[in-house]
Design a binder for this molecule. Structure first.
Ligand code: FES
Length: 510
């Protein structure tokens, strides 16, 4: 089993065993490319570059698929969360067509890789349904369909679908797909290693300095490279992109149905937030995998309640024999609707980034890998301008803002708090976390199942917002830019790259 950035278990975590690297990094070597992040974006990019003759080092702070790749529901779509009419309104018809062709090519390139390397990751072509339940949605559906046809996505109205939902109108979209993301990533990672690439897990990047080459500081020493890719879902440090990408949490479940009546298709309703459905066979067992009930990260007080809502929603339409897995996962939505892939803003040289994939992370990860590998290889692409992160306008005063905020001072180093007093004050149940106020300090306090207290400074080490408790995944989540921390303060999700400050507790006898 592999680990993930939360305590809930996703349906994918048992599909692969922990990765065993075959090669080790060499510190006095200059790598052509260092790729930071061992999810689908990082591993796909690393594989393509190594295959093209570049000497690559992939650094992962935890283990492969630790982040959203291990918590996705793995839909591969050409009909995207941001409808083509919205993309066309903002960027024009030609760019909407380019978005459509980039995602179509991404799915085709994934198929090619699976067939060339010859591995099984449960990949299946699938049709998808998008269905409207009221008049307003019906009108939106008509616009979505027209704009999809205009950019070459094959879709049309149907009078029935292989899901037990009531609907007024539905469209069927051809040539979508589904797969097991962990098995796909692991197969590419092994092939990357066979080609001479190096994967180093448990290595967090803590700083980057650009000179003639790029010096990469990590928790396991320094490395040097000519180009660097942040495939970390959101880049670390402080960047304009943090103001342009909004973090959301989505809730998912893998359930077994009575009667084995699983649809092979993908399906989406048009609620806000929308719900999504598909099935997957894993090692001889089929699951209905469904999700939804999204909210902005750290903007929901009772995250466990979202699971109850999802389960009761599913039980209305499906005869469920067992809820086998339930988990939540994070995604970052670009504020203008399409991802940011290319040169990291403020770094026009050789530092690259891919972020803002919204709910289409699996397909955009491959769009990013295809595009970034071309850029680093010095090849041209129709998609460079389309996804250019530097399309965002600079913000006046941003540099001062960074200087003012980036300096997080340790507040608790010389203080010792009375554990007994805190416990009485907080009155936490086992497994509960809460922000408490004690002697003019805010403290992020958690009590584990055995009664042990964990006290942390709630000040996010990214830009100093206060974190909030996420009861579903037992983590401290930041409402500002989506950083997340474990109960012991360890970073689970960027952009933070430093842990929350631990507060020393002692039993003070009087
Ligand atoms: Fe930016 Fe917490 S993630 S302040």
């Amino acid at each position: 089993m592999i680990s993930r950035d939360g305590t809930c278990m996703s349906v994918w975590q048992n599909t692969v065993a922990p990765f065993n690297s075959q090669h080790f990094s060499i510190s006095d070597q200059i790598y052509d490319v260092v790729i930071v992040g061992g999810g689908i974006t990082g591993v796909s990019t690393a594989f393509l570059l190594q295959q093209s003759g570049k000497k690559c080092l992939l650094l992962e702070a935890n283990n492969l698929c630790y982040g959203t790749t291990g918590g996705t529901t793995a839909h591969l779509n050409t009909l995207l969360d941001t409808p083509y009419n919205a993309i066309a309104n903002k960027f024009g018809d030609d760019k909407a067509k380019l978005v459509a062709s980039s995602v179509r090519e991404a799915i085709e390139s994934m198929k090619r890789r699976i067939s060339d390397i010859n591995f099984d990751c449960g990949f299946r072509n699938a049709t998808a349904y998008l269905f409207a339940k009221d008049e307003k949605q019906e009108k939106e559906l008509a616009e979505i369909k027209e704009s999809a046809l205009k950019v070459g996505v094959d879709c049309g109205y149907v009078s029935s679908m292989s899901y037990p939902f009531l609907f007024r109108k539905a469209i069927q979209i051809e040539d979508q797909a589904k797969f097991i993301p962990t098995r796909y990533v692991y197969a590419l990672a092994h092939e990357f290693e066979n080609l001479g690439g190096i994967i180093q897990e448990q290595t967090r990047v803590t700083g980057v300095e650009e000179n003639e080459t790029i010096n990469v500081e990590t928790s396991a020493g320094n490395f040097e490279c000519r180009a660097l890719v942040y495939a970390t879902h959101i880049p670390p440090a402080v960047n304009l992109l943090h103001l342009r990408c909004i973090p959301y949490r989505s809730y998912a479940m893998a359930v077994r149905l009575k009667g084995n009546n699983y649809s092979e298709a993908l399906a989406y309703d048009m609620e806000d937030p929308y719900n999504y459905y598909r099935s997957q066979e894993i090692d001889g067992k089929t699951y209905l995998i469904a999700g939804g009930f999204d909210h902005k990260t750290a903007h929901e007080e009772d995250t466990e309640y979202r699971f109850l809502q999802l389960e009761s929603h599913l039980r209305k339409s499906f005869d469920i024999s067992e809820v086998k897995y339930k988990w939540s996962s994070q995604y970052f939505e670009a504020d203008d609707g399409i991802p940011y892939i290319g040169h990291l803003p403020g770094h026009p040289g050789n530092i690259y980034v891919a972020t803002g994939f919204g709910g289409n992370g699996m397909v955009y990860s491959t769009v990013a890998a295809n595009l970034l590998s071309k850029m680093i290889l010095g090849q041209n692409s129709l998609y460079i301008d389309l996804y250019d992160p530097n399309r965002i306008k600079p913000i006046a005063g941003f540099t001062q803002f960074i200087k003012h905020n980036a300096d997080v001072v340790k507040q608790f180093a010389s203080k010792l708090f009375d554990a007994d007093k805190l416990e009485v004050l907080a009155d936490l149940a086992p497994g509960e976390g809460r922000l408490v106020k004690y002697e003019d300090h805010k403290i992020a306090l958690y009590k584990d199942e055995y009664g042990k207290l964990y006290a942390l400074s709630p000040v996010c080490t990214h830009l100093k917002c206060d974190v909030r408790w996420n009861s579903a995944e037992k983590s401290w989540d930041c409402p500002c830019h989506g950083a997340r921390y474990a109960i012991d303060g360890k970073v689970l999700t960027g952009p933070a790259d430093r842990d929350l400050e631990k507060i020393p507790l002692a039993v003070v006898r009087t």
